[in-house]
Design a protein around this ligand. Structure first.
Ligand SMILES: Nc1ncnc2c1ncn2[C@@H]1O[C@H](COP(=O)(O)OP(=O)(O)O)[C@@H](O)[C@H]1O
Ligand SMILES: [Mg+2]
Length: 332
């Protein structure tokens, strides 16, 4: 067994009739049992990458392995090990939750004797048991998403691909969807590969994040790494009196202090990591007998990292309207 759940090299995709590369030399390794987020502006190539990794479309160039399978030559074996929840609607709304799960279990070729137990387990896992016989068109957006995930998990996949799993849901429903995904990965050891418009979700739930822009991975790392790579953190101190030259010099000499600017009773100090630097800055001021009246810390956010690497500002509403419109059309 290789250590990577996903191992992609020099992947390119040009859709027929198009000159622009949808993927332009993607290199990506995702460790097993990790929750991995892919972020990028609309049209960056997230869905294309996910469609290749789930064997739905073939790339124009490059190699891609998922689990221990070559995505192109071992597609039929790989498909048994993966779960996939597309960006679009993937359940029928005019039948019940149970009936959807039954259809999926048949599509996946699950033996009749095992179906009931697996459906029951999936319903419990996604907290839908009490609604199992209700028509899906009576469900909330969050319940529909949980049902779609339940359908994808019925085969107990080793890896699950989620394309915008919580798009358009309210914060409460998003939280619940994530609780269920996280507990599934903890219990099963599965890997999750997801795309999202919500930076806070990538920040909170992803062990690692890649940013894709115009078909290229432009940055990768954990959320702290990405944030720190944007720039220094800033500590703004409000003092009772302006700093004298000696106290300023003493602050500048501190190992953690990169730069310092004063403006009356306000001092701005730039550091790499405020949580490390703050205590020595405060000690230094105490020893100079300077009273601190306020402290504010500004840190680069994941949005800042997105803006730096994707070259466009992050807009959480981008894409959401489109998906909402599609879902509303289906649900009515
Ligand atoms: N089926 C398709 N045929 C032609 N071009 C496509 C198709 N699907 C996506 N594209 C193009 O490929 C690029 C990447 O799209 P996509 O993978 O959907 O991006 P994302 O999911 O990041 O929004 C875009 O320029 C898009 O217009
Ligand atoms: Mg997409």
């Amino acid at each position: 067994m290789t250590e990577y759940a996903i191992d992609v090299a020099n992947l390119e995709k040009i859709y027929s009739g198009r000159s622009k590369k949808a993927l332009d030399g993607v290199n990506l390794k995702v460790e097993r049992n990790k929750i991995f987020a892919i972020l990028g502006p609309n049209g960056a190539g997230k869905t294309t990458l996910m469609r290749i990794l789930t064997t739905q479309i073939t790339p124009s160039k490059g190699t891609a392995r998922v689990l221990d399978f070559n995505v192109f030559s071992d597609g039929h074996k790989l498909r048994k090990e993966i779960g996939y929840v597309p960006q679009e609607m993937s359940v029928w709304t005019d039948i019940s939750a149970y009936e959807n799960l039954l259809i999926y279990s048949q599509i996946y070729g699950i033996a009749k004797a095992e179906r009931e137990a697996l459906i029951k387990e999936s319903l419990i896992r996604m907290e839908l048991t009490e609604y199992k016989d209700n028509l899906v068109n009576t469900f909330s957006g969050g319940m529909i998403r949980r049902l779609e995930i339940a359908c994808a998990l019925i085969v107990k996949p080793q890896i699950i691909f989620l394309d915008e799993p919580t798009i358009g849901l309210d914060p409460e429903a998003r939280k619940k969807v994530w609780e269920k995904i996280v507990s599934f990965t903890k219990e099963s050891g599965a890997t999750v590969f997801f795309s999202t418009h919500y930076m806070d979700e990538a920040d909170e739930y992803a062990n690692e994040i890649a940013i894709i822009n115009a078909g290229k991975i432009v940055s990768q790392g954990d959320s702290n790494h990405l944030k720190q790579s944007v720039g220094n953190q800033e500590i703004i101190l409000g003092l009772s009196v302006p700093l004298d030259d000696k106290s300023k010099q003493q602050l500048r000499k501190l190992e953690q202090v990169i730069d310092l600017k004063t403006n009356g009773v306000e001092v701005e100090v730039w550091v790499k990591d405020a949580s490390v630097a703050l205590s020595s800055i405060m000690n230094s001021l105490f020893s100079s007998k300077v009273k601190i009246e306020s402290v504010k810390i500004n840190k680069p956010t994941l949005e800042d990292a997105f803006e730096k690497y994707a070259g466009v500002s992050y807009d959480s509403t981008e894409g959401i309207k489109e998906v909402n419109a599609v879902r509303r059309r289906i649900i009515g």
